[in-house]
Design a protein around this ligand. Structure first.
Ligand SMILES: Nc1nc2c(c(=O)[nH]1)N[C@H]1C(S)=C(S)[C@@H](COP(=O)(O)O)O[C@H]1N2
Ligand SMILES: [Mo]
Length: 393
């Protein structure tokens, strides 16, 4: 089949077109078995780091916009709640605080208030940690702690309005995870509770569906707080309390961890928290481990996003960053919180080529060449780190 079509293209003067199959997720099967929480994931698409950390293989992103749920990464700081919480999804209760009329609402109540769908990039702030030469502790993610997901639920601002609006003096939106806390430890040291600046309320969603299905337990079902454009940790799963607060949470995950702490220091509340994501892109194909590349045309493709801002352009280099060419952004455009697919057709000659991409956002911010060194390896957007070297026969 392939040979026949290649011959046909040759007759059209397109000889040299690569016949390499862009295998989607056809890399070696995961070495460790999938954990029970995510036993339904596509094993060929995932790298299993641990029972609570699964990464999407770079080759498994494919070339469409939405990341299928069975290929999306998983990251849990605590053991997930028991699966029985999904038996009666509509009965799940969330406490609302910091509003004029504080009260609890069930998912069934929330479903009467509104419905909206938003596409966002969900990315762990540690995505790209594996490229830090300092080898920070934590999962050494490369590019696969990210995905583009469609979330459906009720806009949080609508719920807040129904509850009489914000109390005076609040400055943060604080979400609390519904995990059972281990006994014998300080609850604040393990509690998943995150605060984001109040302006995030404009876009935040309480989601009960993702990619057209009820939220699986691994991704926060029955209900998850989605903060579009903000790093993964702020998107609290199994959300059981939403509060508008004057101060940030005192939980360790907010106060000391997920801070841009200089190497050799300790994280503390005076350092920047991992909130809005920066401008970032990477190439998903061709990849070095996808079989032999033949000289001729290839479609360099990848993804680009910029937190709360739209992507204005993506440039691609085939010579390690010396020269850049503008790539084409391909649709559909699912809004400023989603990632954009980019494509650049190039003719590669025999030899070794370093392929890199760098994105520019709507405010003119350019994806940086280097990373900002920090204790825990957060916020790596370096185009240099994400470059790949392919050999063409
Ligand atoms: N309740 C709760 N929410 C959570 C977490 C968690 O451990 N518990 N992990 C956070 C982190 S660090 C990330 S990167 C994302 C991962 O989302 P996913 O597992 O759906 O991919 O969820 C965030 N929300
Ligand atoms: Mo994360």
């Amino acid at each position: 089949m392939l040979a026949a079509s290649a011959a046909g293209l040759g007759a059209l003067g397109l000889g040299g077109l690569t016949t390499q199959a862009h295998a989607q997720g056809a890399a070696a099967p995961a070495a460790k078995p999938l954990p029970s929480l995510a036993a339904w994931k596509d094993p060929k698409a995932m790298i299993v780091h641990s029972s609570s950390t699964l990464e999407t293989r770079r080759a498994a992103y494919g070339t469409s916009v939405i990341t299928p749920t069975n290929r999306l990464f998983v990251r849990n700081n605590l053991p997930a709640p028991d699966a029985s919480i999904l038996e009666q999804r509509d009965a799940w209760t969330v406490a609302f605080d910091g509003v004029k009329n504080p009260r609890s609402l069930t998912v069934a109540d929330l479903k009467t208030l509104g419905v909206e769908t938003v596409a966002t990039v969900l990315q762990c702030s540690g995505n790209g940690r594996g490229f830090f030469p300092s080898k920070p502790s934590g999962t050494p993610w490369q590019v696969g702690a990210a995905g583009c997901v469609l979330w459906s639920g009720v806009p949080l601002r609508t719920v807040i309005q129904v509850l009489g609006g914000a109390e005076e003096g609040v400055a943060y939106l604080t979400g609390t995870g519904g995990e059972k806390l281990p006994e014998g430890v300080d609850p604040l040291s393990v509690l998943v509770e995150r605060s984001v600046p109040l302006k995030a309320l404009d876009d935040a969603l309480l989601a009960w569906e993702m990619n057209g299905e009820p939220l699986p337990l691994a991704h926060g079902g029955p209900l998850r707080l989605i903060v579009p454009g903000y790093q993964g940790v702020n998107n609290v799963k199994y959300v059981k309390r939403v509060a508008l607060t004057a101060e940030q949470s005192r939980a360790g995950i907010m106060a000391n961890r997920y801070r841009m702490a200089p190497p050799g220091t300790k994280g503390n509340p005076s350092q920047p928290s991992v909130w809005e994501m920066g401008v970032k892109s990477w190439i998903n194909g061709p990849l070095p481990d996808q079989g032999s590349l033949r000289a001729g045309w290839v479609q360099i493709h990848g993804v680009a996003f910029a937190g709360t801002r739209a992507v204005r352009a993506v440039e691609v280099s085939v010579d390690g960053g010396k020269n850049w060419q503008q790539a084409q952004l391909v649709g559909p455009d699912l809004g400023r919180f989603a990632w954009r697919q980019f494509v650049l057709p190039v003719q590669l000659s025999a030899g070794t080529h370093m392929l890199a991409s760098r994105a520019i956002d709507s405010a003119g911010n350019v994806q940086p060449e280097g990373r900002v060194d920090n204790l825990e390896g957060y916020n790596n957007a370096s185009w240099q780190d994400h470059a790949i070297t392919v050999t063409v026969a």
